[in-house]
Design a protein around this ligand. Structure first.
Ligand SMILES: CC(C)(COP(=O)(O)OP(=O)(O)OC[C@H]1O[C@@H](n2cnc3c(N)ncnc32)[C@H](O)[C@@H]1OP(=O)(O)O)[C@@H](O)C(=O)NCCC(=O)NCCS
Length: 332
């Protein structure tokens, strides 16, 4: 009889652009203040990609680091799942560009379009492939260059986002470790709340479209805020329940980094003390699908994660989409 397995995270890595843009820098571009940005969002600075840096180049670098951390050669990968809302092209998939860059010749590569929930969806998918025995080594990447898609004249959105990538290598582990559960959901009824309206088949690019900046991120911020505050807590509790755990079992909460106030509301809903909540959006802003793997990589590097710890990842974003994973850390 085949022994049941879970999918464990074997290694993690991240890559962010060198260029730092502070709130003071933004004060020179749009009508905003450091004080407004800090108090409303928690963000102090973010990283901005150079013209040569794309989601695939950052994603490939994060992937190389994750593979080195996992001690897994790229040739062993069966699958690459890239979560991105800012792919190099509409198609082909950014995952294929990463595959080529890292030399993962055997891997099936494709993208997930779930915006800021993309990494959580990717982890749920990778875990299902590994549990079913259809794949042994899966790379999940969250890679974004949102700075190339924001409207730099819209102060309500351009202050929020940043660029970066994070990656995780997954492989079989014992059934009581690794990804214990995932809970995901979507509501297409809210598709217009965060949207990149033009550039697809519905609104092709024309000079008028460019003039109106419809090829840039549009967001109804306060509606997204209300949705996020409710859904983050709900989906975490759902995922914990599926894993037969409670918030008291959580060692470290690594949420999507969109807004400190949203994170604090979710943490308080679960009764988590501040030391169990990972926050780095003060340094990176909202990096969409990259924020959770960047947070996880930093938490691991800082020694905040040890074998047996229960980690909760949660994301929400355009779609609308949301999801959470519960992971028992399986690395020494
Ligand atoms: C975007 C967000 C920080 C705005 O905070 P808010 O408290 O809801 O602020 P509002 O949108 O109600 O705007 C309040 C005022 O600040 C102004 N404002 C917006 N952006 C500003 C900025 N960068 N600097 C200064 N003032 C700003 C607005 O114009 C508005 O002014 P008004 O009252 O004169 O009309 C908040 O709604 C948010 O974080 N939403 C969730 C966004 C998110 O997570 N998106 C990503 C999903 S993955």
């Amino acid at each position: 009889m085949q022994r049941s397995v879970n999918a464990g995270i074997l290694g993690v890595g991240m890559a962010v652009p060198e260029r730092v843009m502070t709130n003071a820098d933004l004060e020179k571009i749009v009508d905003t203040t450091d004080e407004w940005i800090r108090t409303r969002t928690g963000i102090r600075e973010r990283r901005i990609s150079s013209p040569d840096e794309t989601s695939s180049t950052l994603g490939a670098e994060a992937s190389r680091r994750a593979l080195a951390h996992a001690r897994v050669p790229a040739e062993e990968l069966d699958m690459i799942i890239c979560a991105t809302a800012t792919g190099d092209y509409i198609w082909p998939a950014t995952a294929c560009l990463i595959q080529q860059a890292i030399g993962a010749k055997r891997a099936t590569a494709y993208d997930i379009t779930a915006a800021c929930s993309g990494f959580v969806y990717g982890l749920a998918t990778a875990s299902a492939y590994i549990q079913s025995g259809q794949a042994r080594r899966v790379l999940v990447v969250g890679a974004e260059t949102l700075s190339k898609m924001v409207n730099w004249e819209d102060r309500a959105t351009c202050v929020l986002f940043g660029d970066g990538a994070g990656a995780a290598v997954l492989g079989p582990c014992a059934p009581d470790e690794g990804v214990l559960s995932s809970a995901t959901g979507s509501d297409g009824g809210g598709f217009e709340m965060i949207i990149l309206p033009a550039g697809g088949t519905k609104i092709p690019i024309t000079p008028e479209v460019l003039e109106q900046k419809l090829n840039r991120i549009f967001m109804r911020g306060s509606e997204v805020y209300k949705f996020a505050v409710k859904i983050m807590g709900d989906v975490c509790l759902d995922a914990l329940c599926k894993a037969n755990l409670t918030p008291a079992d959580v060692s470290l909460f690594i949420p999507h980094q969109a807004n400190t106030r949203i994170i604090e509301a979710a943490a308080s809903r679960m009764g988590l003390p501040p030391e169990k909540v990972f926050i780095n959006l003060d340094r990176y802003g909202n990096t969409s699908a990259a924020s959770i793997p960047i947070g996880l990589t930093e938490a691991v590097t800082e020694g905040r994660v040890k074998r047996g710890d229960v980690l909760v990842f949660v994301g929400f974003g355009a779609g609308l989409t949301w999801g959470a994973n519960v992971v028992r850390w399986s690395r020494d």
